[in-house]
Design a protein around this ligand. Structure first.
Ligand SMILES: NC(=O)c1ccc[n+]([C@@H]2O[C@H](COP(=O)([O-])OP(=O)(O)OC[C@H]3O[C@@H](n4cnc5c(N)ncnc54)[C@H](O)[C@@H]3O)[C@@H](O)[C@H]2O)c1
Ligand SMILES: O=C(O)[C@H](O)[C@H](O)COP(=O)(O)O
Length: 362
């Protein structure tokens, strides 16, 4: 048997880790939130998702020279500190963007199915027009909605590119797709606060599937008390802990699974596999698509997408089931704790992206 000179410590919630890495290295799995310096000491590479805080202190004195995060977000990684320590970091931009776009559309149509026929009378505002925001814009435009958006760095050709205040004032629903940043003129920490809520229409939906700390939880609760607006959260300021008070005020709440499609997770692992192979000078011939089952053709080109999507939604993604599973974990102290939150994520039945059921969707 061939020697396996490399050693990997991997978050147990990565998808297809064995498929991509088992013939390249010895792999030890850990719960991502609990990975410690003693776990990584003899490893050459660390493969994580968003729940592992990766700092120079975690890796100090270890053999780790490559960190791969199979996620879009990188706010859990001290990028500057690892660069100084000469440790390569790779992540997976865009890997689950389609899943998040589908999550947002599902949330809107679950709460207000009549919006499917609203056409341009329904105005979706997108804050952050990167990989996720642009995918969402495309899907919303296919449904005939008016799409407005704001991004200091991106202008999309088929979207009304406005400033933040205009998006706040004009939208019937706002979906947030910015990274969590704490410094700089476009910092997003508490981007949604009492002042911004006051600029939104009182009946404007809010959907946050970016990062919890982009929305001030206290300001959100104060605002809902006044406006009764519909709010959907997939991410939480105090994640993984959620208070009953917050849950009671949310129209839908899910445990940070907006990006949890099979394709999104598998694509994320593949992207860090490719970077790993490049770093260690190995061939990278594997493709995640070979591991996915064919799904029945549900969409067809004969009927308008709107009609088909509304009819198929219960089969494609039952977001209410995710909401109910989260609320079922409320404990006697009036909170959902990390154990329940992480259990739901670990056992999550990964959704298939809609294109698996017919490529008419996008
Ligand atoms: N809930 C989930 O499962 C899930 C899944 C994927 C991504 N995410 C989160 O969503 C974020 C966005 O993902 P993405 O793939 O679109 O990232 P991206 O980097 O492709 O795009 C983010 C965009 O936000 C813009 N931006 C930055 N600050 C802004 C501000 N103040 N106002 C408006 N726009 C601003 C940037 O210019 C960029 O174009 C990720 O950073 C991640 O934190 C969550
Ligand atoms: O940034 C992302 O890609 C997502 O937020 C991420 O995928 C969430 O899932 P986790 O990494 O925590 O499993």
């Amino acid at each position: 048997m061939q020697d396996k000179p490399l050693k990997i410590i991997a978050d147990e919630n990565l998808a297809l880790t064995d498929y991509f890495f088992a013939d390249l290295a010895d792999i030890e799995y850990r719960a991502g939130r609990g990975i410690q310096a003693s776990d990584v000491h003899h490893a050459n590479a660390l493969l994580v998702r968003s729940v592992t805080k990766v700092t120079p202190a975690l890796l100090e004195g270890s053999a780790v020279e490559f960190v791969g995060s199979a996620t879009i977000g990188t706010d859990h990684i001290d990028l500057t500190g690892l660069a100084v320590a000469n440790i390569e970091v790779s992540h997976a931009p865009g890997c689950n963007a389609q899943a998040v776009a589908e999550y947002v559309v599902t949330a809107i149509l679950t709460l207000q199915p009549e919006k499917i026929h609203a056409g341009r009378d329904f105005c979706l505002g997108i804050v952050g027009l990167g990989n996720v925001g642009s995918r969402l814009a495309m899907l919303a435009q296919r449904l005939g909605w008016r799409v407005i958006g704001t991004d200091p760095n991106v202008q999309l050709p088929d979207v009304e590119n406005l400033n933040f205040a205009q998006v706040l004032a004009q939208s019937d629903a706002i979906s947030i797709h910015v990274p969590l940043t704490r410094t700089g003129i476009h910092a997003t920490y508490h981007l949604f606060n009492a002042d911004t809520f006051a600029q939104m229409k009182p009946d404007c939906f809010l959907i946050n599937s970016a990062r919890g700390e982009v929305v001030s939880e206290q300001a959100l609760l104060d605002d809902i008390a006044k406006t009764r607006r519909l709010v959907v959260l997939d991410v939480f300021e105090h994640e993984p802990v959620i208070s009953q008070n917050l849950l009671d005020h949310l129209a839908l709440a899910t445990p940070h699974i907006a990006g949890y499609s099979l394709e999104g997770k598998a694509r994320g692992t593949q992207m860090i596999y490719q970077a790993f192979c490049q770093h260690f000078n190995l061939d990278a011939p594997k493709q995640f698509e070979s591991q996915l089952a064919d799904m029945p053709e549900l969409f067809n080109s004969d009927q308008p997408l709107q009609t088909q999507l509304l009819a198929l939604l219960p089969q494609l993604y039952d977001i209410r089931a995710d909401d109910q599973a989260l609320r079922a974990g409320l404990n006697t102290e009036g909170m959902v704790d990390a154990t329940h939150f992480d259990y739901l994520r670990k056992t999550y039945p990964l959704r298939r992206e809609w294109a698996a059921y017919g490529d008419q969707v996008l």
